[in-house]
Write a protein that binds this ligand. Structure first.
Ligand SMILES: Nc1ncnc2c1ncn2[C@@H]1O[C@H](COP(=O)(O)OP(=O)(O)O)[C@@H](O)[C@H]1O
Ligand SMILES: Nc1ccn([C@H]2C[C@H](O)[C@@H](COP(=O)(O)OP(=O)(O)O)O2)c(=O)n1
Length: 228
């Protein structure tokens, strides 16, 4: 008799910045009634905590210590997901491009990635998990039964980010954002450990010119009907 219980199902949604991972993952998780992991928030939290502690982004040993010392927790507040870093609400600071660039630099350090592995895997709880990031389907949950890789043209991703930040009152230029997105794509895709790439068994969805609702339906169509 087989007495082992199957692990909770996971849907991984990986892709470059602005491809819609966070938006689509949250909506799909809500429709399914599954948990949600924003893995990028963990890397961003370490970046922000490093900034608070005046830690040099060129000092890998200090950044690894900072990773172990940084507590991150998530709190649902209405429609919004708030992120607490060492007990302080850092939701807005985490979304800045400065935090994204710091996260991308820190994420290239293998010991930092290793230190965050178990924390990410702990989110795999019944009834299921939607996990968004860069290496969810390749490294963290390679056995996930459902894998998606979202893309969109760099121009459209920069425009989405521009509108998103403008709505939040953050002053940015479209040209500057496009430059930052291309630089981050290049660094995330070229690093030696867990580079940004689709898992071999991931379904690729190019969201250029496709609305959010349509992408959500395409993703849900990959899972068995749940009545969600
Ligand atoms: N398919 C889409 N069409 C238009 N806008 C989108 C689409 N997907 C996401 N967005 C918008 O683009 C912005 C960036 O999306 P986000 O989910 O934060 O991307 P990522 O997590 O991949 O960086 C958000 O303002 C979001 O509402
Ligand atoms: N699983 C992950 C998630 C994020 N990262 C790194 C690389 C990314 O540039 C930064 C920020 O990731 P995040 O998903 O929050 O960024 P975007 O919303 O896609 O702009 O962290 C990673 O290396 N692995």
């Amino acid at each position: 008799m087989n007495t082992t219980t199957d692990p909770a199902p996971v849907l991984t949604i990986d892709g470059p910045s602005g491809s819609g991972k966070g938006t689509i993952s949250r909506l799909v998780a809500r429709r399914l009634g599954w948990h949600y992991l924003d893995s990028g928030a963990l890397y961003r939290a370490v970046g922000v905590a490093a900034g608070w502690g005046d830690i040099d982004l060129a000092d890998p040993a200090a950044l690894v210590r900072c990773t172990f010392d940084t507590e991150v927790s998530f709190r649902e507040q209405g429609e919004d997901l708030h992120v607490l870093v060492n007990g302080s609400d850092a939701t807005l600071e985490l979304r800045t491009e400065t935090a994204g660039a710091a996260a991308s630099a820190i994420a290239a350090i293998p010991e930092v990635r290793a230190a965050l592995k178990d924390r990410q895997r702990a989110f795999r709880q019944p009834p299921g998990l939607v996990a968004d990031g860069r290496d969810m389907g390749t490294v963290i949950f390679p056995d996930a039964p459902y894998k998606v890789f979202l893309t969109a043209s760099a121009e459209e991703r920069a425009e989405r980010r521009y509108n998103q930040l403008k709505d939040k009152g953050v002053s940015v230029t479209l040209a500057g954002l496009l430059r930052e997105i291309l630089a981050r794509d290049a660094r995330d895709a070229s690093r030696a450990v867990a580079p940004l790439r689709p898992a071999d068994d991931a379904v690729r969805i190019d969201t250029t010119g496709i609305g959010i609702d349509e992408v959500v339906e395409r993703v849900l169509a990959l899972l068995p009907a749940t009545g969600a």
